[in-house]
Design a protein around this ligand. Structure first.
Ligand SMILES: [Zn+2]
Ligand SMILES: [Zn+2]
Length: 139
């Protein structure tokens, strides 16, 4: 993947890319942890640099729901969307609403040629729904 994006293959790049495949929607801290498990000591700055290079090359996608830290994923180029739990911040993938980009028609395109829509659905994840209903029953 790195070679196809004309990026030099380095151990930190391989480690971060592997971690992003294994742990979709990871934040920087989790990716640093995974890279350290793989490589031993690696600096925050090195991982930040790798994330910037991989995102810039289109190998990783960066998502940042409002009020949350940035997350990274290796599922790129398919214009999928995300659903975020308001309670615990868990993120899951949502496939394109109509199968191809942009899957939403803007009610007013202001003359723009629109080629992509990025949607964040907000809600409560299954685990938090269970927790909330059990708390409600106790009280
Ligand atoms: Zn949740
Ligand atoms: Zn995703």
């Amino acid at each position: 993947m790195l070679r196809s994006a004309s990026l030099r293959v380095t151990r930190p790049r391989v480690a971060v890319l592997k971690a992003a495949h294994e742990l979709p929607h990871s934040d920087t801290e989790s990716l640093i942890g995974a890279a350290r498990d793989d490589l031993g000591e690696v600096s925050h700055q090195a991982v930040y640099d790798v994330l910037r290079a991989l995102t810039g090359a289109g190998l990783l996608r960066r998502i940042q729901p409002s009020g949350a830290v940035a997350r990274y994923e290796a599922r790129v180029g398919d214009n999928h969307h995300h659903v975020v739990c308001r309670s615990c911040g868990t993120i899951a993938d949502v496939d394109c609403a109509t199968g191809h980009a942009p899957c939403l028609t803007a009610s007013n395109d202001s003359g723009f040629a629109i080629d992509e829509a990025e949607v964040i659905y907000w809600g409560t994840c299954p685990q938090c729904s269970i927790d909330q209903s059990s708390t409600a029953q106790i009280s």
